[in-house]
Write a protein that binds this ligand. Structure first.
Ligand code: MF3
Ligand code: CO
Length: 249
């Protein structure tokens, strides 16, 4: 069942999303060659808690950190640790917070200093696909319209979409119905209604769409070890323009 939110519930989600955007501001100040990914995670966790929020991912199904930090060929769910960022890397930060019982979820991929032209085009494709996804997130459309908007944007640029992981509904839980795949057919799937809230997330690989999970049980990497990029916004369906609740991320 897809849970439709009241205006009051959406206002609470705005609060959660606003704190999340501020947490991104804190995190991105630290992105530089030589920084260990666990340092970013620690700074973000402190910041979120200092503002009265709860990191949404820590402890979720046993995930050990507050931020998923995924470098280069890591697609999603990279676990922060001793790894140091290096010039030429692309690094995706994925995080969520809980404020007053409501979840927010967002992700963005950043360059560490100058990066290759392929990595730049990859990030741009993932960002553009998310913006096309948001444009399709309108009352009366269907989930498949969002999926198709993502797939066509990515594949027309010669990249591939990850198929094993999806966007999702979000609200009082991190993951609610519906699933929002990054590939699919227009005019298929559940109908979108005002008051639905979705975490739309584009996961885009430079090479094959195939992924593997490493032995830590979390880290998702591309099978060909080519780079991957990830962008995500929490969005509300309205009677008009979609509202990007994580605006500014
Ligand atoms: N944005 C991801 C998602 O929606 C992050 C979840 S990581 C986890 O699934 F650790 F919380 F599982
Ligand atoms: Co998500």
């Amino acid at each position: 069942m897809i849970i439709v939110k009241t205006a009051e519930q959406i206002e609470r989600m705005r609060k959660s999303c606003r704190l999340l955007v501020e947490a991104f501001r804190e995190a991105e100040r630290l992105i530089a060659p030589g920084v260990r990914t666990k340092e970013i995670d620690a700074a973000v966790e402190d910041f979120i808690r200092s503002r009265g929020g709860i990191p949404a991912f820590k402890g979720y199904r046993g995930y050990p950190a507050s931020v998923c930090i995924s470098v280069n060929e890591v697609v999603i769910h990279g676990i922060p640790g001793d790894q140091e960022l290096r010039e030429g890397d692309i690094v995706s930060l994925d995080m969520g917070v809980v404020v007053d019982g409501y979840y927010s979820d967002g992700a963005r991929t950043y360059p560490v200093g100058p990066v290759s032209e392929e990595k730049q085009r990859l990030m741009e494709a993932a960002r553009e696909a998310l913006s096309e996804a948001i444009a399709a997130a309108r009352e009366g459309n269907r989930v498949g319209d969002i999926s198709w908007a993502i797939q066509r944007t990515v594949e027309s640029r010669g990249f591939s979409v990850v198929r094993q992981f999806c966007g999702h509904g979000i609200g009082r839980n991190l993951h609610e119905e519906p699933e929002v795949p990054n590939y699919g057919q227009p005019k298929t799937g559940p109908r979108l209604r005002r008051g639905m809230t979705l975490a739309l997330e584009t996961m885009v690989n430079a090479g094959t769409h195939e992924v593997e999970i490493l032995s830590d049980g979390w880290t998702v990497v591309t099978r060909d070890r080519k780079p991957s990029a990830h962008f995500e916004h929490t969005v509300a369906i309205t009677d008009g323009e979609p509202e990007v609740l994580t605006l500014g991320l």
